[in-house]
Ligand binder design. Structure first.
Ligand code: FE2
Length: 157
């Protein structure tokens, strides 16, 4: 099924998430070809931190706040649980065992995004009516697209 326009901002961040997951896995496994990712551990940790701050946190909040009420209880529990676990793995990677924690983070990130794209979003697209989807889409645009292009403008100044 084609992704509804309303959910596109989330889906385009999922592409970025899959790229980060791939880069972390390749980099951590010491592959020569790592899609432009850093190969040393501090570089990979910095990549994960940038992704966390710029994408992951606002993304998870937007999903929970905007889609939450339309999901089944079980799906919402899984959504929240995996968001918490992703954050926990990143926090833990700053304490000890960086390589193992970042590997677990990259694995869960990929599984989580694939579940959302294959199961969760198609469910939402079927169960949320057009008007509500349009409202969600407008809010996602504001939170994830416009807010970001504003902050990158400030960063360039
Ligand atoms: Fe997501």
């Amino acid at each position: 099924m084609k992704r509804s326009r309303a959910l596109k901002p989330l889906s385009s961040e999922h592409h970025q998430a899959l790229l980060v997951s791939f880069q972390l896995k390749k980099g951590l496994a010491g592959h020569a070809e790592s899609a432009g990712a850093p190969k040393d551990l501090p570089g990979l940790a910095a990549l994960a931190r940038r992704f966390e701050e710029q994408i992951l946190r606002p993304h998870c909040r937007a999903e929970e706040e905007l889609l939450g009420r339309y999901l089944t209880e079980a799906d919402m529990r899984r959504l929240r649980g995996e968001h918490v676990e992703l954050q926990r793995l990143l926090d833990a990677s700053r304490e000890s065992d960086q390589r193992a924690q970042l590997t677990a983070f990259a694995d869960l990130l990929e599984r989580h995004v694939r579940w959302e794209e294959r199961d969760l979003f198609p469910y939402a697209e079927l169960h949320v009516d057009e008007a509500a989807l349009a409202t969600i889409g407008g809010e996602l645009e504001k939170r994830l697209v416009l807010a970001r292009s504003e902050s990158s403008k400030t960063a360039r100044r």
